[in-house]
Unconditional design. Structure first.
Lengths: 128, 513
């Protein structure tokens, strides 16, 4: 029963959407002529930071943006190579070396926000 | 003269109003309306108050209550008071020194026996042929080592054992009794052998063998002394347990590391630490002194529901619960604010006291030879001359910290005289009144004997163990000591490979691809 005074029911809120399609994994294929052409996005993260590879900036008016890549997308794999536990440099090398890139990405803003968290200390000593 | 029987009190009540109030229990509405016939209709909470007549002429005809039945008899109370005055009686002094005296006697007997054994042949007590008494070089060497060993034994015993006993303990001190018994058994058996072997076979015995015999007794005594040092002095030095000492009326507690001791020795050890570490217990500071009188509305009235059978029980109890909870909260608040206020006042008076003392000390200067202006005074007169200027501030400070029973004016003056004589600063003089830290700071504790009562579940001469709890009592101070094991530390080596001692910069940077 709706109480008077301002608490809107969840389903009536304008931002409510139970459509989870935006979080599903999608495949994006990028082709470029030369390996030195920029792909059009920045990546962030890596195994040394205990997180996956995320897109942090997508250059506007480029192919990548038109294909639907956006900030907070996590790259799950590139050309079949798993990108969930890969070092940053290796990921960059793989992305830069191929001219045809088939990426599996998913929109994952939670993980992307975690890449901005403060650094935790590495564990020292063994617990009792 | 006939004294009235003990326990009776005669009084005649007068109708003067006093301060007693009586709260009646809960009553039904019907009872109230039955007689009065009117006001039963008022619902809610009612308090009934009745003033009892107070007995104001108690001074005229009351009888003192004692255990006496006549003027000439003694009562049981007096007997217990006599028994309690233990600290100065002759029996107490006997008891205090009895154990040590016995051990000292046995030790003296043991010390003198080798000397006696060596001297008896020489003194012609027993008749030995003179050529048997010849002492060649080997025998001389033995005699020299014998005397030196005796000297070392004497010096060692003097260094370790010649002192006042620290505590009079209720049960026997087992290790000391053990050592004493060992000494006695050794000495006795040596004398036995001496008498049987040497005095019986006078013809074949040589003086050299007598000296050998005495030297072996001295060796045995030295080894017993070594054992005594280990048992009595060294064994309890390595800490094996932790003892928590908790003082009852004010809740102060300390933790100590203690070695392996019997319960009574551990109690003596704890008392040593108590007099050194704990603050002085001030019974007048149990309740934070507050300025204002207790507010009459703060006293906890009980609310009795006279009209209870018509109200909704849940809502009414809830109202009562919140009312009582609010009263409890305000009691906590009061405590907090009172303590805060008290600390502020103490700090204010302390600041005034320090200022007054500093000012007073500037009036006195050490007289040098060339100054001849005012009459020279000795430290005591100097103390008396500057005391009035700081007396008031000091008295106010002592009063607010409830210390004035502890310091008499004579003690303050003598302390001031000592400080002046040794060029102490005003703050150093005031330390005695500002810091109440070790119990020995209190002059009244400087008695010769302090008696404490020891309460424990297990036998007092048994060693302490984890989980042992014993209690020490004196007047209104009560120390609860609980023992726990020091945990066994398992230390394992962890190797950090030097190659893994490298560091990388972990900037979470972005790379444009």
């Amino acid at each position: 029963m709706k109480r008077s005074g301002g608490i809107v029911n969840r389903s009536n809120h304008p931002a409510y959407s139970n459509n989870l399609d935006q979080f599903a994994m999608r495949t994006v294929t990028l082709v470029r002529e030369k390996a030195s052409d920029p792909l059009g996005f920045n990546i962030r993260g890596g195994m040394e930071h205990f997180c996956g590879i995320y897109l942090s900036k997508v250059t506007p008016n480029m192919e990548a943006e038109r294909l639907g890549l956006k900030e907070s997308d996590q790259i799950l794999s590139v050309n079949g190579i798993d990108f969930e536990d890969i070092e940053h440099n290796k990921a960059v090398k793989i992305l830069k070396s191929n001219t045809q890139i088939q990426m599996k990405v998913r929109f994952f803003p939670y993980g992307y926000k975690k890449t901005y968290d403060k650094v935790q200390n590495a564990n020292v000593g063994t617990p009792a | 003269m006939q004294a009235p029987a003990a326990g009776q009190r005669s009084s005649t009540p007068k109708a003067r109003p006093g301060f007693y109030v009586l709260f009646r229990g809960p009553r039904r509405v019907s009872e109230m309306t039955a007689g009065a016939g009117g006001d039963g209709g008022m619902g809610g909470e009612v308090i009934e108050v009745q003033i009892l007549p107070q007995d104001d002429n108690w001074g005229d005809n009351t009888t003192a209550i004692t255990g006496n039945t006549s003027v000439r008899s003694e009562s049981f109370q007096d007997v217990t008071i006599i028994g309690r005055d233990q600290e100065t009686g002759v029996t107490f002094t006997c008891q205090r020194y009895a154990g040590s005296a016995l051990c000292a006697l046995v030790a003296l007997f043991a010390f003198l026996s080798p000397i006696a054994m060596v001297l008896i042949p020489r003194l012609n007590v027993i008749q030995l042929k003179s050529e048997h008494l010849k002492c060649d070089s080997e025998c001389d060497g033995l005699l020299i080592s014998f005397s030196f060993k005796l000297l070392i034994l004497l010096l060692g015993s003097w260094a370790l054992f010649f002192r006042q006993p620290k505590a009079t303990m209720p049960r026997i001190f087992i290790f000391r009794a053990l050592v004493t018994m060992l000494i006695f058994v050794f000495t006795f058996s040596y004398w036995l052998f001496y008498v049987v072997r040497i005095l019986e076979n006078r013809d074949e015995v040589r003086y050299r063998s007598i000296v050998y015999f005495a030297v072996s007794l001295v060796d045995a005594l030295l080894f017993i002394q070594y054992l005594a040092v280990i048992l009595l002095e060294l064994r309890h030095l390595t800490p094996q347990y932790m003892v928590k000492v908790l003082r009852s009326p004010d809740g102060e507690s300390r933790w100590y590391n203690i070695g392996q001791l019997s319960v009574q020795r551990a109690a003596a050890w704890v008392l040593e630490k108590y007099y050194q570490d704990f603050t002085i217990y001030n019974p007048y500071l149990d309740r934070v002194p507050s300025k204002k009188k207790p507010h009459p509305s703060n006293s906890s009235f009980k609310y009795y529901d006279v009209d209870g059978n018509e109200e909704n029980p849940e809502s009414h109890t809830r109202a009562m619960l919140t009312a009582s909870a609010r009263r409890r909260d305000s009691a906590h608040n009061e405590r907090f604010y009172e303590e805060h206020e008290y600390e502020r006042r103490v700090r204010k008076r302390k600041a005034r006291l320090i200022t007054a003392a500093e000012e007073a000390f500037t009036h006195i200067k050490r007289m040098h030879d060339d100054q001849g202006q005012s009459t020279p005074m000795n430290p005591h007169e100097a103390a008396q001359s500057i005391f009035p200027s700081l007396a008031r501030a000091l008295q106010k400070y002592l009063r607010i910290t409830r210390q004035q029973p502890r310091h008499t004016m004579d003690s303050i003056l003598s302390h001031l005289a000592i400080c002046l004589a040794h060029d102490m600063s005003p703050r150093a003089f005031l330390e005695k009144y500002l810091v109440s830290s070790p119990v020995m700071q209190n002059d009244k504790e400087h008695r010769g004997v302090q008696s404490w009562g020891l309460v424990c579940d297990q036998l007092l001469s048994r060693p302490i163990n984890g989980g042992t709890i014993f209690q020490l009592r004196q007047a209104d101070v009560c120390l609860l000591c609980s023992i726990s094991h020091i945990p066994h530390f398992s230390i394992a080596e962890e190797i950090i490979h030097p190659k893994s001692n490298k560091f990388v910069l972990r900037l979470n940077s972005e790379t444009s691809v």
